[in-house]
Design a binder for this molecule. Structure first.
Ligand SMILES: Nc1ncnc2c1ncn2[C@@H]1O[C@H](COP(=O)(O)OP(=O)(O)OP(=O)(O)O)[C@@H](O)[C@H]1O
Ligand SMILES: *[C@@H]1O[C@H](CO)[C@@H](O)[C@H](O)[C@H]1NC(C)=O
Ligand SMILES: *[C@@H]1O[C@H](CO)[C@@H](O)[C@H](O)[C@H]1NC(C)=O
Length: 384
């Protein structure tokens, strides 16, 4: 009898939960994130400090941060079941970070917790005039080393995962996990912020790449972003897509399509392709949009060509009074892309969805406060 009541209320609760989420629950919602977590000390100031002066904050917040911590929090709020593999110390900030992640629905049981040392943290100065965020990061000590990952822990962390995310920090340990994920045919997404030691090895195992604005040209030394994207796909033919995010200017994605060689397809210059996509853009809406080229041979003069599809996504137009802080916008974008991969959303749906989620995050202070929940009715239209 007691069991029946318990089962009944559990079922009721699940029912309530499923009717509350406006996003479809992916068949396999388990993802793994490996990389940075930390505490963010966010200080909003009227304008950026002049050296050797004193000033006051106009607002202040202490919150969990780090690319992996933020992206996995975003994914959890969208309904995925993320696990994080990372390292903190057994100090008060370390414990607070784990508690905060657990409360968000992120599985922290695969964390390495050092008995001694200090957990990572960042000072973030948000300039309320220019809306820039300046980050001063202090790494955790002792740092993570591959010996921290036991084979048993690694295998159970990856067990049943749909996709593994890397923010390309602590690359020695990241590579150990990526190689195992690769062996198990689990998809790999890399967030490429800037060229780093070990990043190339990680990228060579990747299925998806999301890059910061400067990365494609810094990595390829090409003269424009679309040319650099072609070069990236030619160098990393495993990639299904590479996305570059451009802040308020939106994002560009190159999808790598399987060339069946059955029909003769004309080549298209990748730069003119992007220009024509931008011209076709709808400027009348504040909501994020996406425009795609046909599947074609996208050529970059002097580099080569990729059989694929180019996409241009606009960002949401946020009224200046609602734009609070862009900290973690890129992480929010990636969290939504991870959802899109798990839910098999088309790129035309994925890019506006990710841009919308990222824009929501820009409407509150810090990398996590503004992240939407899957119960938010405004998300419904993006996956329909
Ligand atoms: N000012 C803005 N207005 C609207 N959308 C924005 C704005 N800034 C960022 N975004 C959204 O967030 C996405 C990612 O932003 P951005 O390219 O700045 O990432 P990032 O530099 O990696 O950020 P971070 O390192 O702070 O996480 C953009 O593609 C866009 O959709
Ligand atoms: C930022 O500046 C605006 C306009 O001056 C002000 O209304 C707002 O309260 C400030 N926000 C913070 C967090 O300091
Ligand atoms: C690997 O995964 C892909 C999709 O994630 C699937 O299509 C393919 O069949 C898998 N291959 C093996 C060998 O399991």
């Amino acid at each position: 009898m007691i069991d029946m009541i318990a089962n009944f209320s559990l079922a009721q609760e699940q029912n309530l939960m499923s009717s509350e989420s406006v996003l479809p629950l992916p068949e396999n919602p388990i993802i793994v994130g490996f990389g940075g977590v930390g505490v963010d000390f966010l200080a909003v100031v009227r304008s950026f400090p002049i050296p050797d002066t004193k000033m006051r904050t106009t607002e202040f917040k202490v919150q969990g941060g780090g690319n992996t911590g933020n992206a996995m929090t975003c994914a959890a709020r969208l309904g995925l079941k993320p696990r994080i593999v990372s390292k903190v110390s057994n100090d008060a900030p370390g414990k607070a970070m784990l508690d905060e992640l657990e409360a968000e629905g992120v599985d922290t049981s695969f964390f390495v917790v050092s008995k001694e040392g200090t957990s990572p943290f960042s000072y973030i100065i948000v300039d309320n005039q220019t809306k820039t965020r300046t980050c001063i990061f202090t790494a955790g000590d002792p740092p993570m080393v591959p010996q921290d990952l036991t084979q048993a822990n690694l295998l159970s962390a990856l067990d049943g995962a749909r996709v593994v995310y890397f923010d390309a920090r602590m690359t020695d340990s990241a590579l150990v996990i990526a190689q195992e994920a690769f062996r198990q045919n689990i998809s790999i997404l890399i967030d490429a912020e800037r060229p780093r030691e070990g990043l190339n090895e990680l990228l060579s195992l990747a299925d998806y790449a999301v890059c910061s604005e400067k990365f494609p040209q810094a990595w390829t030394e090409e003269s424009s972003i679309p040319r650099a994207l072609v070069s990236i796909i030619l160098r990393l033919p495993r990639l299904k897509f590479a996305i570059v995010t451009l802040g308020k200017d939106g994002c560009i994605m190159l999808e790598n399509c399987v060339n069946d060689e059955s029909s003769h397809i004309e080549e298209m210059d990748v730069e003119s392709c992007l220009t024509s996509l931008k011209k076709r853009g709808d400027d009348s809406t504040a909501m994020p949009t996406c425009i795609a080229s046909p599947v074609t041979k996208l050529r970059a003069e002097g580099i080569g060509s990729v059989f694929g599809r180019l996409y241009f996504g606009t960002s949401e137009k946020i009224p200046p009074s609602e734009l609070i802080d862009t900290t973690g916008a890129g992480d929010a974008f990636v969290g939504a892309v991870l959802y899109a991969i798990c839910a098999n959303l088309s790129p035309e749906k994925m890019l506006p969805f990710a841009s919308y989620v990222a824009a929501s995050n820009c409407r509150a202070l810090g990398a996590r406060s503004g992240l939407p929940h899957c119960t938010d009715p405004s998300l419904a239209s993006f996956t329909e």
